[in-house]
Design a protein around this ligand. Structure first.
Ligand SMILES: Nc1ncnc2c1ncn2[C@@H]1O[C@H](COP(=O)(O)OP(=O)(O)OP(=O)(O)O)[C@@H](O)[C@H]1O
Length: 349
């Protein structure tokens, strides 16, 4: 393992244990206040845990167990951080900004500038070398910030929402650059964007209230989420309940059938996922509650490309606009959401 981390910080309700392998990129996801920034802060050395220990490539970042008090300061950790703001030094040229990372490792000016040129080249920003930060667009500045972070030759790269301040037109090109530079590099990326996780991360860790609630390989985790938060990110409905011979019975007592393969045994606690596009909506008057039918109140109608998402607090359906018009669907209305057994995936919780 490159990073071995275990720490608690009671004032923030955080207790986390995680490991990151060499060359692995891990995405950290979770709702607001889940502890994502606190985790990065503790790794970078900007936030001090109450207890715990962490090693990076065999060097101690901190060791606060049993009254010991080893603490490596941020600049000596071999950790570089990239945030949503490029935070370049305004009085230095782009080249000097990138060379700063290498200089701060004690390299001479000439060697540092050579390294800076190499990394500017890697992020396709060679032609910006002599500009001042005030002469850069947001996307250009972020390219330079990536080069600066890498020029320090970090053991671990931390990325804190690196694309969230960028124009939607620019984010994809910077995402491609990140994809290239993160290959073979050990990194942790905090993001709210499922696309960042899917394109950049080998593995995802989902935090809630300061704890890890879900983790696994990125694609598998989004394909079979186990928490409502992850299902929401993946655009899937999620129902929890108990496995039965034919499917499951939800916590609200509704019988849902499934004909798809499952890893769960009868009586196991399970989650069922179903795509909103596979859910139909019927009038509540014609929906007798029971098998494969969930009665709920429409909360809102949300345009999604060519379809309209009909949301309730338990389940959503994506319908064609004509279906919404035909059913006179509107917020506040009671409707029946209808599931088909061949579209319901059931997994052990
Ligand atoms: N400087 C601080 N001092 C005290 N408590 C803090 C501080 N920063 C965050 N917290 C608390 O610590 C907990 C974790 O917050 P943190 O900022 O790490 O969450 P996050 O997952 O990064 O959230 P977001 O997605 O909103 O950035 C929250 O309860 C938060 O209120």
């Amino acid at each position: 393992m490159t990073l071995v981390f275990s720490a608690t910080l009671d004032a923030r309700g955080v207790a986390l244990d995680l490991e990151v392998a060499r060359g692995e990129t891990v995405a950290v996801l979770g709702p607001n206040g889940a502890g994502k920034s606190t985790l990065l802060g503790m790794i970078a050395g900007l936030v001090q845990p109450d207890a715990g220990h962490a090693d990076l490539d065999g060097a101690v970042l901190f060791d606060l167990a049993g009254g010991r008090g080893r603490w490596t300061p941020p600049h000596a950790r071999g950790v570089s951080t990239l945030t949503q703001d490029a935070d370049l030094f305004p009085h230095l040229s782009v080249l000097e900004n990138v060379a700063f990372g290498a200089r701060s490792k004690g390299l001479g000016r000439r060697r540092a500038q050579e390294i800076a040129r190499h990394w500017l080249d890697e992020v396709e920003a060679t032609e910006l070398a002599q500009r001042r930060p005030s002469e850069l667009s947001g996307g250009q500045a972020q390219r330079v910030a990536i080069a600066r972070a890498l020029a320090a030759d970090p053991h671990l790269l931390l990325l804190d929402e690196p694309l969230s301040a960028l124009d939607v037109a620019v984010a994809p090109t910077i995402r491609r650059t990140l994809l290239r530079v993160l290959r073979e590099r050990t990194a942790i990326i905090v993001t709210h964007d499922v696309l960042d996780a899917l394109t950049l991360a080998d593995r995802v860790i989902v935090l809630s209230e300061g704890r890890i609630v879900e983790e696994g390989p990125t694609r598998a985790t989004f394909a079979r989420p186990r928490t409502g938060f992850t299902a929401g990110l993946a655009g899937l409905n999620l129902l929890t309940g108990i496995r039965t011979a034919e499917g499951m019975i939800t916590d609200a007592g509704i019988v849902i059938r499934s004909t798809l393969p499952t890893d769960a045994a009868v009586h196991d606690r399970v989650v069922a996922t179903v795509r909103p596009g596979d859910v139909a909506v019927a009038s509540a008057a014609t929906t007798t509650p029971g098998v494969d039918r969930i009665l709920a109140t429409v909360l809102d109608l949300e345009p999604r490309g060519d379809l309209i998402r009909v949301r309730s607090d338990t389940i959503s359906a994506d319908l064609a606009p004509a279906e919404v018009a035909d059913g006179d669907l509107e917020p506040g209305m009671r409707v029946g959401y209808v599931l088909r057994p061949e579209t319901v995936t059931i997994t052990r919780a």
